[in-house]
Design a binder for this molecule. Sequence first.
Ligand code: UD1
Ligand code: CA
Length: 455
Amino acid sequence: MDQWAGVVLAAGEGKRMNSRVSKVLHQVCGKELVRYPVELLRELGVQQVVVVVSPSNAAGVQALFGDTVEYVTQEEALGTGDALNRAKHLLDGQFPHLLVMGSDAPLVRLHSVKPLMESHLDSSNDMTFLTAHAATAQDLGRVVRDPEGRVTSIVEAAESRDDSGEPAEINVGVYCFSTKWLWENIGGVGPGSPGGDQERYITALAAIGAGADARIETGATADPDDLQGVNNRLQLSQVEEVQRRRIREHWMLAGVTMPDPASVYIDADVKIGQDTVILPNTMILGRSEIGEDCQIGPSSIIRDSKIGNHCRATASMLEEAVMEDSVDIGPFSHLRPGAYLESGVHIGNFVEVKESRFAAGAVMGHFGYVGDASIGAQANLGAGMVTCNYDGRDKHRTNIGAGAFIGCDTMLVAPVTVGAEATTGAGAVVTKDVPPGRLAVGVPAKITDRRTKTN
Ligand code: UD1
Ligand code: CA
């Protein structure tokens, strides 16, 4: 792919979204629309990628890609042809071929685009674009051919007064150009159309080329679903539905079991290991990673979390949390950001953990709250234990040593440390540190002489 540069058009106004958020920053399966073409270009090995942004979405788009792509701003949304022309000064003469894509057709996949690029090169075309057959043209560009089957133009919905409602061959919005031919001809793309639109259409290049005997050919999409674009929120949901199904199919074929796939939501950036079972009503979101042989759900929500191998998360919620191997949680527990459970930890029901690390084998079987704490290996935290980590102004830390036994209903008033192998009695309110191996009982808790273990 050393012959190719890519341009992603992302400066449209997206008016039909009726949104304060730029269309290209809306998400499908947890991934911004504009990331789909940019990542596809990367997958295709395209070296130089230019993204055409608008003044209003430039910062948001740049936050996604940093300096991995180049940017050019289209000050005013004067059409796809104008947007492409903005990238000219960055692309003049460096690469002989250009791949151009919009940012609102996230269903277009590698196995549609790659053959298009190959046939563009094989036939030495000036322009090769992707088409698909649709039941009606709707708001899309319709391909018009002469009796010999040669492309003569692409007619935009805004230009054609008589949408017949008949099946049509549609322009998907993915174009290969000979760079030289493109820059020689883009100047001919004028504003205005029979529909009264003052935009410059990239699609006018088809008629310009056909009129000058340029080599223009098309390639068909591998899957008719690829065509679906996002112009409004209804289409956003329809595209999401297709994408969600594709993601599930991908993971099932890769070795993940889903007894009821329709009730499972998996975001685009998620990774799941072999022989993991995803039970009904489960959402795995953001950049979550799940290992092998796990059982997730039913009814779990996992967001931006990392789960090791052989874990179980039943009817629980994880947010920005980590579970190492062989950890189990739930039902009805909540790991909030910064929760880190080392291998073999057991969390039962109605437990909330925030910004805390449980060392290997620690156990908390029943309702309670652990925030801003560090829990030693094999510690046993009794039912109803609470870290009182907030004094109304500041957060404070709690440390519980390895092998400690925290009695039911213990309140640990932070900052406080309970030493290794120490014990607290049921209902203790611990306001002072408990030395290792000692017992603390009462309200406020007193340290007794009795050691919990002989040592
Ligand atoms: C476009 C095509 C149409 C095709 C359809 C496929 C044109 C004129 N028409 O129509 O033939 O069937 O896509 O989905 O191209 N953009 C800019 N600057 C602008 C205008 C648009 O960067 O001034 C970007 C948008 O952000 C978007 C892409 O270009 O990512 C397509 O623009 P959009 O207005 O959605 O084009 P369609 O009307 O859908
Ligand atoms: Ca569109």
